[in-house]
Every structure is written in structure tokens, then in C-alpha cells.
Design a protein around this ligand. Structure first.
Ligand code: SF4
Length: 258
């Protein structure tokens, strides 16, 4: 009997996969898989260099057979800038959590966009600091109960959620900005297209490219994995809409964009 393989393991995924470090229902390894598929399908895994910050996203270093640089908290984009400038032909990308990218790493993030670095950043947004026990993050929703806001995020005390993909789109140095999720098969495929487009902007030398991806965190949301998917589809996309916020196809247009 002829058997046809319908789903395999991405080439850069080690065997056995180190993704076993994640909590049950965590979507970080699902997003890692999207990135793996994109690198393989675009045939750029051989010249890709991944730069990681600190947080649950960094567990991927034991899952991927890829050139990886682990950095101090929030400094991935500073290091990635040096890596890209020294290796202009490499595909350089950072994988960062929301805390790493837009809290501790906000200065590095803004600097990289302002300079229009030819780097791709993929930011996992799970609306809290997962690794350290579920504290308030810049992305926590209003009313969200976290370890540091046990009565829920109050705008008068803790301010409002930061919309990173929309913020990235306002920078002249940004060529591409989008927000995806992986809470349904259709969303998975759409996010894959966003990440492919982001890498293509880097290959074409247009500017900085950014994809934010919503990610479930069951233990810190105090929900089952299935309820987490419902929360993303009902509550989180209301605050953080999915889609593309900027897509520039030439450096000329980029220099004229507002
Ligand atoms: S704490 Fe949250 S983000 Fe971290 S591994 Fe567990 S589910 Fe994933």
C-alpha cells in the first residue's frame, strides 16, 4: 500500500523537539512551527540567523537547528543590528515576547525601526509576563487579572494596552507591519503569509519588518487550552485586531511615507 506523507516535521526542528519545555496548550511552539515552515518554504533556513531575547519564546533555542544568538533581556534588536550589518546577506530575525520587545526592549525596538534596519521581528503577544508568573505586561487588556493587578488592569492606575503592530506602522523605517494569530487553522495560514511577506521585505532590502502574533498562555490566563482559543477569538482580537497595518513595496515609497 502506497502511503503519502501529508504532514511532516519542519527541517530545522530537532528530533526530539525541545518544545516539550512549554506548558500544555502554550501556542509559542505553534508559532515556532509557522516560522519553521516559512524558512523552509522560502529556502532561507541555511542563511537565517535568529536573535532571541529573554522569556518563554527563547525556549525555541533547544528546538531549532539554526544559528541562534541569545541576548540580554530586551537587547535582541541591538544585537541583531550588529549581526545584520556584519552579515548583510544573512536573513536576520528576532523572536521576542511582548515584555522583551515593547517593555524592557522598547528603546531597542524604536531605535531599530527609526534606523530602518533590514531585520525582521516576530513578537509573541500573550498579554502577560509568562515566564516570571503572569505579571502585567504592556499588552495586558483592561480588566485583565494578572499577578500584579489581582483586581484587573485599571486604566487610571496602570494605563492602556500598547498596540505594537500599529505603533510599528507609524515609523518611516518600517516596511511591513502586521498582526496575526494561530487560534484557528485559517488564522494560522494567514499568519504564515504575513511572516513570509515580512521576510520578503528583508530580502528586498526595503526596511524593518514586523509581525505580532497573539499567543495563548493557559496557566497565567487561568483557562483551559480550549477556553484560551475562545478568549483570543472573542476578547483579544477586539482589542488587537488582526491584519496588515503597513506594506511598502519600495524604498522610494518608504522614504515618502508619512
Ligand atoms: S508560561 Fe505561558 S508563554 Fe510561558 S510556556 Fe507556559 S503557556 Fe507558554
Amino acid at each position: 500500500m502506497n502511503k503519502k506523507m501529508v504532514c511532516g516535521k519542519p527541517k530545522i526542528w530537532k528530533d526530539p523537539p525541545g518544545a516539550a519545555m512549554y506548558c500544555p496548550g502554550c501556542q509559542h511552539p505553534v508559532i515556532d512551527r509557522v516560522i519553521s515552515e516559512v524558512l523552509e518554504e522560502m529556502n532561507i533556513d541555511g542563511k537565517a540567523i535568529c536573535v532571541l531575547g529573554v522569556g518563554c519564546h527563547a525556549f525555541v533555542q533547544v528546538a531549532w537547528d539554526l544559528d541562534i544568538l541569545s541576548c540580554a533581556h530586551g537587547r535582541a534588536l541591538d544585537s541583531a543590528t550588529a549581526v545584520k550589518r556584519l552579515n548583510p546577506d544573512a536573513i536576520v530575525f528576532t523572536v521576542q515576547g511582548d515584555g522583551d520587545c515593547i517593555a524592557i526592549g522598547a528603546g531597542a525596538f524604536i531605535g531599530a525601526m527609526a534606523r530602518g534596519e533590514k531585520i525582521t521581528t516576530i513578537m509573541f503577544n500573550n498579554t502577560n509576563y509568562g515566564t516570571t508568573g503572569g505579571q502585567l505586561a504592556p499588552t495586558s487588556l483592561l480588566g485583565q487579572k494578572t499577578a500584579t493587578t489581582p483586581h484587573g488592569r485599571d486604566a487610571a492606575l496602570e494605563g492602556y494596552p500598547v498596540h505594537t503592530a500599529e505603533l510599528a506602522a507609524t515609523f518611516k523605517g518600517t516596511a511591513y507591519s502586521a498582526r496575526g494569530s494561530v487560534h484557528t487553522p485559517a488564522a494560522y495560514q494567514r499568519t504564515k503569509r504575513y511572516i513570509k511577506t515580512a521576510f520578503q521585505k528583508q530580502i528586498d532590502g526595503i526596511g524593518f519588518s514586523f509581525v505580532e502574533v497573539l499567543s495563548a498562555c493557559p496557566p497565567n490566563w487561568h483557562l483551559s487550552p480550549i477556553k484560551c482559543l475562545e478568549r483570543i477569538g472573542e476578547d483579544i482580537v477586539s482589542e488587537f485586531p488582526l491584519g496588515e497595518f503597513k506594506n511598502e513595496d519600495s524604498t522610494e515609497r518608504l522614504s515618502k511615507s508619512k
